[in-house]
Structures are given as C-alpha cells and as structure tokens.
Design a protein around this ligand. Structure first.
Ligand SMILES: [Zn+2]
Length: 347
C-alpha cells in the first residue's frame, strides 16, 4: 500500500484549494491586517516525520521537521506564542494577551517529538507543551491504535471478516487505510465494546499475532527530564490512554492521579494540565472533571475544535485545533490567521 496515494485525495481537498486561492489573490495580506480577538489558539500536533516512518497508524503525523520549522518561524513573526503557564493564567482570567496568542501542543509522547520537535522549538526559543502518556514512557510496544493499523497492514488475507462486535467484512485489496480508520472508530466508539476481545478478534482475522517491539517508540525518562529542564512544558495524557468517559469514576481518578505523580517525580515540576485521550466531546464527562479537581489539575484540553475567547473558557475543556501533515503552508497560514480573528479556523 502506498500511503502517499492513499492520502492524495486529502491533499487536493477543497479546504486546500480555497487556501491556495486566498494566498494567491492577496486575501492573506488582508487577513493579517484585520483586528484579532482576545483569544487563545491552541494547535495540536501528534507525530513529527513522514508516514513511511511508521509500521503503525499513518494518520498520526502532523508535520515533517521541515514543515514544523517553517510553521514556527511564521507564527513567531506574527503572534505571541504563549507558554503553558501563561495559557493557564489566561484561561483562569488572571492575565491578558494583547490579542490572539498561540499555544503549541503535542500529544502521546512519541520519541520523534524529542528527536525533531524539541530541537526545533528550542532553536526558536519557543515553548511546546508535551502531553505524555506515562505507561508508554520508554516503551517499544505499539499502543492500541498503532497495533490495529499494524495488524491490518500486515494481514495475511486480503478479505478480512470480523465476528466481533458484529459481523464485518473488509476488502483490503482496495483501501487498507479506510479499514484502519473504521476499526479505530469502532474501538473509540462505545462503552459496550470489550476492547481486549476486539483486539484479539482483529489479530485472529488478520493472522497477525505479534507486533514488532525492537525499536523504542516513546520518549524515555532521560529525554523527558531534558525537555522539562530546557524550557519545554509537560502535561499528562493519562497513564494508559483510555477514553476516560468509558471508565468508572475511581478508575478515571487513578489514571489522572497516577500519571500526574509519575510526571512530577520524573520532571520535578508541578503537573497541572492534561490533554484528554482522543479528546472528542464524549471522551470526558462530569465525573472526569470531578476526578481532575480531586487530583489537583487546573486545565484540561479537548480536541474537537471550538474557540477560547477571554473570559469564556471552561478550564476543563480548552479547545484545540488539528495540524495535519501535507496540509501545506497556505492552509496552515489561513487556518492560523482566521483563528486569530475569529477564535477558530475558517477552513
Ligand atoms: Zn493521544
């Protein structure tokens, strides 16, 4: 399967064509002169690199190192890039920005964040906030989303038939990526699914029983400490990356408390922020908010869009926007510029 081909359709999306037209017509220069809102725009990255770098889920790449460097250069020349501490104070109404400020965040704690993002941010003297899933620190094991992708990509059969959670048929000869995305969405979808059984069923159907574990995938303790000591901010992404709302309250509390304790021990910094795994509006609930309060968090980030306007930000639902690999400089810039004017991207 050629991943570039699979993503080709996305590269020529309507959003991207619209952004190119805006850039070519000079609309971008007008956008940059419009008044900005007093808001916090939070960008969210996952992996840095190329889709061909992984044996797992190719969807997770947000930028190549070159893209990221260019994006930070562009943002820094136009906007205030906030630190996590400034963002917390802004959300709590204890500080103001002159206009729109940008916060740069990364989820999951993949090693490529240390290898590529950290040196770029450090070079620009810009703080990134890295949300770390503590059970993966230093891990060589594929997390559930990469395991699903790996099994589909290495399936022994082109026809995949699952008998759980219902009978499902997939033709892998035409589009493996669509199958990966469908299986990931089933995994994320409901309380009712026995996730272990679902993984075993994919393993049985694909004939893939073992995944590679010869390369370290995630940031280790030493790298985490180095990043924290050199100006990067660290937050929690729970301990084992569950959808919190699928867990009873006591297990939610355990996830957020344990990850906070481990990160505080490793970084010798107070951990006050968390990014919800998956981050959709149904990935957390009131019980999650209670657990966060009890554990001593001040701010929590979701991942389903929306705006963070001064004085109107629920501290446990600070909105973030996706940065996607291959979206191109025009789309990135139009999204950032319109976010600064409207609070959220137009495209
Ligand atoms: Zn995550």
């Amino acid at each position: 399967m050629n991943w570039s081909d699979a993503f080709g359709a996305q590269r020529k999306s309507k959003r991207q064509r619209a952004a190119s037209i805006m850039a070519a017509s000079g609309a971008m220069r007008i956008l940059e002169k419009l008044p900005r809102r007093n808001c916090l725009v939070v960008l969210n990255y996952h992996r840095i690199g190329s889709r061909s770098d992984t044996v797992g889920d190719p969807n997770l790449y947000s930028a190549t190192p070159g893209d990221l460097d260019e994006q930070i250069t562009w943002l820094k020349s136009r906007y205030h890039i906030a630190s996590l501490d400034e963002a917390i104070r802004f959300v709590e109404g204890r500080t103001a920005f002159p206009d729109a400020a940008i916060l740069i965040t990364f989820d999951d704690g993949y090693k490529d964040n240390f290898d590529y993002a950290y040196p770029i941010l450090r070079n620009h003297k810009v703080q990134g906030t890295f949300f770390i899933c503590t059970s993966y620190i230093g891990s060589q094991q594929l997390p559930w989303w990469d395991r699903i992708a790996y099994m589909v990509r290495n399936s022994r059969s082109e026809q995949l038939t699952l008998n759980y959670p219902e009978r499902l048929n997939f033709d892998l000869s035409s589009n493996k990526l669509a199958t990966i995305n469908r299986l990931l969405s089933i995994y994320k979808s409901g309380h009712a699914i026995d996730k272990e059984r679902f993984m075993k069923e994919i393993s049985r159907a694909t004939g893939v029983e073992r995944e590679p574990s010869d390369q370290r995938l995630f940031i280790n303790q030493h790298e985490l400490r180095e990043m924290a000591q050199n100006g990067m901010a660290i937050g929690s992404h729970t301990h084992s990356h569950p959808l919190l709302s699928h867990l009873p309250k006591d297990l939610q509390l355990e996830e957020v408390l344990l990850s906070k304790r481990i990160l505080e021990r490793e970084t010798e910094r107070k951990i006050q922020s968390i990014a919800y795994p998956v981050g959709s509006s149904d990935s957390f609930d009131q019980r999650t908010h209670e657990a966060l309060r009890q554990a001593g968090y001040r701010i929590a980030f979701s991942f389903y869009g929306g705006k963070n306007i001064a004085g109107k930000i629920p501290p446990f639902d600070v909105k973030r926007h996706h940065v996607g690999l291959g979206e191109g400089a025009s789309l990135f810039r139009v999204r950032a510029a319109t976010s600064a004017i409207l609070g959220q991207p137009l495209l």
